[in-house]
Design a binder for this molecule. Structure first.
Ligand code: NCD
Length: 361
């Protein structure tokens, strides 16, 4: 099997790769000392164009626990991006100095674009409201550790399903596991984007949409809460109107199953009241630790891969004809990028998966 050299979308993750990575993660949990020098001499480049606590720190901690070094930034102001350098050039340089690159950016498709120009593996640590595949590794690890298996569950996804990249990636990864039913709990304004719902339909995933958390809580094996993503709203008034739409309290848990897991990618704002933290069903802080452990397993796969000169990529003849008009897409600023095919349909942008628009000449 040719080793995978990027994790920029969940589509890069196969069931075989997941199984191997998870079993290595279990071994890391059992025998951490065996791994403490397994990436010595390797270097992780950590490029964070957007705020982060867990993802950034957990990658840095994961690399250091494997004996690797780390360099990078958590604010692009100090980099040549502020002088107008393109993403492609910044990636070429960063790859020259490192063994693996982790990138988080507010621009959707930025990790996909980075992988085109990199000699070393690229990991997406969150691209705008689009996807967040290593949070998905974290979430799968938590479910597997807490329930013994990932399939055969009813999972409620609650909150900002429109802008929440973690839930977009999680439902896609769940395609690999049997018998999962979803309850999609959100106000109308914050429903999943159409490309996510279309993919769920095409894959035959079972889901029910509702606005009322209390109605479905007794059914759930896992409740995955999300934050209303203030930074992705164009209309501040709409954010203020919706920001407190869900607040999970200890009282509401009286109707939940005794062995339900409450998950959250964090940071939490007000959507889980602090009196829930001491409930044994609350696993969100443990979840953050599993994130570091599974990222160690991922880095072990990537750090040792040989450096490979990137091949030139040109416009794919099967890419959508129209232009991407999503203002958050990387193609808006980095206009030199080749057109790629979207996994979500032939009328969509290969970077952000949003529908393209035919331009009138
Ligand atoms: C999430 C993110 O950045 O998308 N956080 C994380 O990576 N753990 C969720 C969020 O910011 O709400």
């Amino acid at each position: 099997m040719v080793p995978v050299r990027k994790l920029v979308n969940v589509a890069d993750l196969s069931r075989d790769w997941w199984d191997a990575m998870y079993s290595r993660c279990c071994d890391i949990i059992a025998r951490p000392e065996i791994y403490s020098n397994s990436c010595s001499g390797k270097i992780l480049a950590s490029m964070f164009y957007e705020p982060s606590t867990r993802t950034n720190f957990s990658f840095q901690a994961a690399a250091q626990r494997l004996g690797a070094g780390v360099f990078g930034f958590s604010d692009p102001v100090g980099t040549s991006a502020s002088k107008g350098e393109t993403l492609a050039d910044t990636i070429r340089m960063t790859a020259a100095y490192s063994s693996t690159i982790v990138i988080r950016s507010p621009q959707e498709g930025s990790a996909t674009a980075s992988a085109i120009f990199s000699e070393v593996p690229v990991i997406n640590a969150g691209d705008g409201g689009h996807s967040h595949p290593t949070q998905t590794l974290t979430d799968l690890t938590t479910i597997a550790q807490k329930r013994g298996e990932i399939g055969n569950i009813r999972i409620g996804l609650c909150g900002d399903l429109k802008h929440g990249r973690t839930v977009h990636s999680l439902v896609e990864a769940m395609e690999m596991f049997p018998i999962i039913s979803f309850y999609l709990i959100s106000p109308q304004e914050l429903k999943f984007p159409d490309y996510v719902l279309e993919r769920m339909k095409n894959q035959g995933q079972t889901y029910e949409e509702t606005e009322i958390l209390a109605d479905v809580i007794p059914e759930l094996d896992v409740l995955y809460m999300t934050r209303i993503q203030r930074e992705r709203f164009r209309d501040a008034g709409e954010y203020r109107r919706l920001k407190d739409v869900y607040v999970l309290t200890k009282k509401m848990l009286e109707n939940a199953k005794k062995d339900m897991q409450i998950m959250h990618p964090l940071p939490r704002v007000d959507e889980i009241s602090t009196d829930v933290d001491t409930d044994p069903r609350a696993v969100y802080f443990e979840q953050a630790r599993y994130g570091m452990l599974i990222r160690m397993a991922l880095l072990l796969d990537f750090m040792h891969l040989p450096r490979i000169a990137p091949v030139a990529v040109y416009d794919d003849p099967n890419a959508a004809d129209g232009e991407c008009t999503n203002p958050a897409c990387i193609t808006q600023s980095d206009t030199y990028l080749p057109k790629l095919v979207s996994r979500s349909g032939s009328d969509r942008c290969g970077y952000c998966d949003k529908k393209t628009t035919m331009m009138l000449l």
